[in-house]
Design a protein around this ligand. Sequence first.
Ligand code: NAD
Ligand code: DAU
Length: 356
Amino acid sequence: MTILVTGGAGFIGSNFVLDWLAQSDETVVNLDALTYAGNLENLASLNGNPRHVFVKGDICDRALVDATLAQHRPRAIVHFAAESHVDRSIHGPGAFMRTNIDGTFTLLEAARGLWSTLEGDAKASFRFHHVSTDEVYGSLSPTDPAFAETKGFEPNSPYSASKAASDHLVRAWHHTYGLPVVTTNCSNNYGPYHFPEKLIPLMIVNALAGKALPIYGDGQNVRDWLYVRDHASAIRAVLAGGRVGETYNIGGWNEKTNMEIVHTICALLDELKPDPAGSYQRLITYVKDRPGHDRRYAIDARKVERELGWRPAETFDTGIRKTVQWYLDHAGWVANVQSGGYRDWVAKNYGEAAAA
Ligand code: NAD
Ligand code: DAU
């Protein structure tokens, strides 16, 4: 049996692929365009593993997606591929509309094409798993209840609007065509292989380099943090037992202000790699706020707990300690990302043609 993963060279996708291959004996076909966010070095431990089939390609390329599905006939598609960084969506929304909306549309149509050729159990058990975000729900005040699956969509950034559009497409393909879909809306992930443009890895690598730790606005915005391997286990649980056509919110019950996060990272680095110049906290710098910055996200994860018995394995304390230690232990990965050297990985390991 085979599953198709899109975006499996990105942060969450690569953690999911590693987790999947460790937990099951199925093959993973990994379709990824290798944008700036795709890094095959994340999957270096799979080199030579016949159960990982990498296909470099764009989810907007219908002919390529059709050919990949026809060749591998996956029993499920787990769709991670997206433009994912809010700040980039503010500076250049076009790529977000293309990949997140057109790409999801293309994938849904191709999946519908494959699914229509299936019969019996294969047809009934086929799944299109759409990986989405809590940002589609909008922003909460300090006293609002956490996002439940019934909360209406109020996306505020080009990124979250494009993800909300993709969620609507997935819902419509189920409602209209019967495509067996499930959607998960997850809170902020953190952990290994996180590209250092996002808050947690940026703060770790900047602190280690003695650079400023830029806090947007007053630093009191709240996010709900989940260790990335817990997201992977939640997706496995929903793919295996989630009800078709349903959405499941995934979160870690870890609401923290950005300042709390940065203080925690500084304290861990002070303990694990003390800086003779003093505490890393001296590097904290307030900068101009992100336009349209959502104030608070919080996930009510009771549905996935109640229906599927899923719960995160990590607390924030255990997860953030593991994460800081991972970055300390993987200075080579960080250096390659910062120098752009990670982009040569494809040429070195898969040949020049694959890198083109
Ligand atoms: P990421 O930016 O790290 O990785 C995205 C991956 O998709 C990269 O490997 C990239 O090369 C690939 N990709 C981009 N455009 C593509 C295209 N047109 N065709 C094929 N591949 C393409 O993202 P991430 O943080 O790992 O997020 C993965 C998914 O999870 C996204 O859908 C995101 O919206 C969602 N999500 C992320 C978080 C989070 O905290 N990072 C939380 C909830 C949901
Ligand atoms: O909630 C899930 C979402 O979490 C995902 O859908 C997105 O793909 C993912 O990027 C993330 O979005 P955020 O905007 O919450 O993540 P980011 O790491 O960019 O920012 C987290 C918070 O930290 C946010 O309030 C902005 C703030 N921030 C971020 C950066 C990069 C700073 O204060 N300084 C920074 O330099």
